[in-house]
Design a protein around this ligand. Structure first.
Ligand code: GLP
Length: 260
């Protein structure tokens, strides 16, 4: 039970967490076909996106009226570049679901004026009526989107400078070469994130356990941007056992649903 209001759900495996979240999203789409969904990239959501593609093929999920906004994109990387987050999403999700191309929204990494691009994105999210559901991944250092630990956080979509650890974590998309990972990116800001009506952070694997412990049981601090989810009225943290391993009392409770 977490007094800070976070709902924590712990699943036996990463696959089960992903499949559960895919079913939850499909149910959300049935309740509101025009759902506006914020989406992350990274290794963590890959099984989620696979499950969503399977649900669509089975006729159990319908994205035809939905709109998606991705969280972030590398600065200087074109949308058509295979290393872009845009192409990651094409490969892992967009080509396998019935989402209208017109309703796929993305930050453009090669925008001539990145600040204007950030402002355009904020307006686009507002025009879509805000995010109904935002799915988040988690950086091992506690970042969400590309909002890195810092003395202060930025409210709106903005240009961010990536920490060396974050560039290392993203090297996989750049042929394993950290030096090729851009040092800057565009990302939704903390305010953009916290304005979403519902947030689900998905974290799996033992690498995330220390950050999960601080996120769920620590205090709210700009040194762990994800800790701000404690302030959100409808934030959930979905974990596999490995990511949950650092939570106090996990051993007695798992697998279970922990509610305030
Ligand atoms: C990147 C993304 C984040 C993502 C994080 C974790 O830095 N910008 O949005 O949550 O990676 O990635 P992974 O799921 O691969 O651990």
């Amino acid at each position: 039970m977490y007094a800070n209001g976070l709902v924590v759900r712990i699943f036996p495996t990463a696959e089960r967490a992903a499949a559960g979240l895919a079913r939850d999203i499909a149910a959300g789409l049935r309740r509101k076909p025009s759902l506006v969904i914020g989406l992350p990239t990274g290794r963590t959501p890959i099984p989620l996106y696979r499950s969503l593609r399977e649900l669509v093929s089975a006729g159990l999920a319908d994205f035809s009226q939905a709109t998606t906004f991705n969280l972030d994109e590398f600065l200087g990387i074109a949308p058509s570049d295979p290393r872009s987050y845009r192409q990651f999403m094409e490969r892992h999700l967009f080509t396998g679901i019935n989402l209208s191309r017109r309703r796929i929204r993305f930050l453009k990494g090669t925008a001539r004026d990145p600040l204007a691009e950030a402002a355009r994105y904020e307006r686009a999210i507002a025009r879509a009526g805000g995010l109904d559901l935002l799915i988040l991944g988690l950086g091992a250092n506690g970042h969400i989107g590309f909002n890195e630990p810092a003395p202060a956080l930025v409210t709106f979509t903005h240009v961010c400078t990536l920490k060396p650890a974050t560039r290392r974590a993203n090297a996989e998309w750049f042929g394993g070469r950290v030096s090729r990972v851009p040092s800057r990116a565009l990302s939704m800001g903390m305010g953009t994130i916290l304005k979403s009506r519902r947030i689900v952070l998905l974290a799996t694997g033992r690498d995330k356990a220390p950050a999960i412990r601080r996120l769920v049981e620590g205090r709210v601090t700009t040194r762990l941007p994800a800790s701000f989810l404690q302030l959100h009225p409808s934030a959930e943290v979905w974990l596999d056992r490995e990511a949950a391993a650092g939570l106090s009392g996990f051993a007695e409770r798992a697998p279970s649903r922990v509610r305030r």
